[in-house]
Design a protein around this ligand. Structure first.
Ligand SMILES: N[C@@H](CCC(=O)N[C@@H](CS)C(=O)NCC(=O)O)C(=O)O
Length: 162
């Protein structure tokens, strides 16, 4: 068994990301469930700056942030780094202008937000990057012109929700 320990909480998408990556690489790990309202001494010791999960500890050395599980091959690794950074720095999936992926995801997420309002739940708001991208997306002229108004959709579907 590899000397890998993952500190996380069961509901975290970032922990899910790390678990998937470990599994894809065929790496076993020991999982430690944290209580974010009462963080363990070990977690604070391993991630003293951000104090967040996930933290992956390899042979006693902590790796914080959920991105660093990269390909072994240096060229593949540099490509993965490049695209990850590219996605974080760019305004849209296509770069500085919206593209096919933005439209594919944005139009569905717009509906998702309508469902959130109808069901009185907040999911997207908890993800700040996604929320910021949605704001940018909905400000694009062509999107503004075509996307149906959130409140109009809510008013229309409310009576149908039962
Ligand atoms: N950028 C980080 C985000 C990690 C993160 O936001 N973790 C949350 C749980 S999902 C956390 O530990 N929150 C505790 C806190 O902020 O005190 C990553 O990719 O790992």
């Amino acid at each position: 068994m590899e000397d890998l320990k993952l500190f996380g909480v069961w509901y975290s998408p970032f922990v899910c990301r790390v678990k998937c990556a470990l599994q894809l690489k065929g790496l076993n790990h020991e999982y430690v469930e944290e209580d974010l309202s009462n963080k363990s001494e070990l977690l604070l010791q391993y991630n003293p700056v951000h104090k967040k999960i996930p933290v992956l500890v390899h042979a006693g050395k902590p790796i914080v942030e959920s991105y660093p599980i990269l390909p072994k091959d240096p060229y593949e690794r540099s490509k993965a780094r490049f695209w990850t950074k590219f996605m974080q720095d760019k305004k849209f999936f296509g770069g500085d202008e919206i593209g096919f992926v933005d439209l594919a995801i944005g139009t569905v997420l717009h509906w998702f937000k309508v469902v959130e309002t109808l069901k009185e739940v907040k999911i997207i708001e908890t993800c700040t990057h996604l929320q910021a991208w949605i704001e940018r997306f909905s400000q694009v002229a062509v999107v503004k012109e075509n996307l149906l108004d959130h409140d109009v959709l809510v008013a229309h579907f409310k009576p149908l929700m039962g």
